[in-house]
Design a protein around this ligand. Structure first.
Ligand code: BES
Ligand code: MN
Ligand code: ZN
Length: 489
């Protein structure tokens, strides 16, 4: 959807559909000259997500859609994002070519200012009109391809621009996620990263081949791709700020394009969902998609170890011992605990070659985090209170909630090997997520601030939130991380 901004003061002009948002117990704010009937106002409860389509009794709008935000004290950016997504869906259902969203002063205040309001409506419209149909032989063209946002001032305009960039980056990540394993292979991560470098001008991309990874001693990562005909790729993207850099950040994303489990083969039921095992990598790509259009004062690196995990004659076997880039030896007890094996080398590479101040990794690492937190939250394992606070706040602002889980020595102890230094799964106890995070900690350089985000639950399968939800990819991580970087002290 193409978005444009107009000042809300003045006459509306001819529109097919004008959307108005309102909280409970308050007369909806309408554009100048537009009036809806008393009956319509009476029917409309402004209950969160409630909506009423009406034929206005005055003004140039053919239709007016009232969308509820609920109680003013509980309404926030997430409410407005969802309300805008409902508007986008309604516009599509009606078959109109464009939708005009009016953001009045009261609504603006309710969600925390003009910039936040502009961003929420833009995100809601863009993400709410997302659909994944590139693999259908007959595709229906979307009818509603334009959104006009009516608000006030430069802040609103800036918010709309940011919201559009973030919405589009989220949709890009969802496209990568939804693409099946035969269309989104490790080499496709490499070509997408090269495309981003051509698009932005601010981004450079380097891709390491299996030969280069072998030369660096990445025996852990290569043990995962061993059984696949598709060679692993290590994607490294770099964003340099225009002015002076305030620090160096690295984002590392698990790019496992299909996880069959390997020799420790997964059961057949829902194995198809393991095409989503690249969601961490897709989120990192999405952040760089957004960075093509943003100016942020940090040097930002994106590292995506991309591989398939397949059973084969030459696949890694349970019991095999492999050596990571930092010299640590790992007993591969279960070839299905492969995410940590590719991340191990990616984290050593990031720590030693990039030397960032902060590393955040995103991975669909464990089924156990879904048991612990469900699909609406990501598990967060921060090494500093500062990072915990910043990411928690970003989660609340973006609706991409995170919940802290511990990184403890007792869990690190559970990952000690018998034949090698480490083992890749813990035995006995079911604490798969904390031991997964503990395993990763062995590969992060001394003194680097780090946070592991386990997005196995949040990357797909969430509740319906109008702009996302359901079986398909959620694009989680992109808006969270851009918000984190933008608000970083
Ligand atoms: N990609 C999976 C984790 C996963 C499972 C994500 C279900 C989303 C939904 C990961 O590679 C894996 O297989 N983990 C195993 C680890 C186990 C063998 C220790 C798991 O969580 O079952
Ligand atoms: Mn696995
Ligand atoms: Zn996996």
């Amino acid at each position: 959807m193409k978005l444009s901004v107009k000042e809300r003061a003045g006459k509306l002009g001819r529109t097919d559909l004008c959307v108005v948002f309102a909280t409970k117990g308050r007369r909806p704010e309408l554009p100048e000259g537009v009036e809806v009937s008393a009956a319509a106002r009476k029917d409309f409860t402004a209950e969160f997500r409630a909506n009423r389509l009406c034929d206005p009794v005055a003004g140039d709008a053919k239709r007016v859609l009232l969308v509820g935000l609920g109680e003013a004290k509980s309404a926030d950016a997430e409410s407005l994002r969802r309300a805008a997504a409902i508007a986008a869906k309604e516009a599509e259902r009606l078959g109109v070519a464009s939708v005009t969203c009016f953001v009045g002063e009261a609504v603006e205040k309710t969600v925390g200012g003009a910039e936040a309001a502009g961003a929420a409506v833009a995100e809601g419209l863009v993400m709410g009109s997302y659909r994944y149909d590139e693999l259908k032989s007959k595709r229906k063209k979307p009818s509603c391809t334009a959104g006009v946002l009516l608000g006030a001032g430069a802040d609103f305009k800036r918010g709309v621009r940011l919201g559009r960039i973030l919405g589009e980056a989220n949709c890009y990540t969802r496209d990568l996620q939804n693409r099946p394993g035969n269309k989104m292979r490790p080499r496709d991560f490499a070509s997408e990263a090269r495309k981003l470098a051509r698009k932005g001008g601010k981004i450079t991309t380097k891709v390491l081949s299996e030969k280069q990874m072998a030369d660096l001693g990445m025996g852990s990562l290569l043990s995962v791709s061993a059984g696949s005909i598709e060679p692993a790729q290590l994607v490294h993207m770099t964003y340099k700020p225009k002015g002076k850099s305030k620090g160096r950040l690295a984002l590392v994303g698990k790019g496992l394009t299909f996880d069959s489990g390997g020799i420790s083969l997964k059961p057949g039921a829902r194995m198809d969902e393991m095409k989503f095992d690249m969601s961490g990598g897709a989120a990192v790509m999405g952040v760089f998609h957004a960075l093509c259009s943003l100016d942020l004062p940090y040097e930002i690196h994106g590292v995506v170890p991309a591989s398939e995990n397949m059973p084969a004659n030459n696949a890694t076997k349970p019991g095999d011992v492999v050596t990571a880039m930092n010299g640590r030896t790992i007993e591969v007890i279960n070839t299905d605990a492969e995410g940590r094996l590719i991340l191990a080398d990616a984290l050593v590479y990031t720590s030693t070659k990039i030397k960032p101040d902060t590393i955040i990794d995103l991975a669909t690492l464990t089924g156990a985090v879904v048991v612990a937190l469900g699909h609406e939250l990501s598990g967060m394992f921060p090494t500093t209170r500062k990072l915990a606070k910043e990411l928690t706040a970003s989660g609340e602002r973006t609706g991409e909630l995170v919940w802290e889980l511990p990184l403890l020595d007792c869990h690190k102890d559970q990952m000690k090997g018998v034949y090698g230094d480490l083992r890749n799964i813990n035995s006995g106890q079911g604490n798969g997520s904390t031991t997964g995070a503990a395993f990763l900690s062995n590969f992060v350089g001394e003194g680097i601030e780090w946070c592991h985000l386990d997005i196995a639950g949040s990357a797909w399968g969430g509740q319906d939130r109008d702009y996302r939800g359901g079986k398909t990819g959620s694009g989680v991580g992109v808006r969270l991380l851009i918000d984190y970087i933008s608000n970083k002290a």
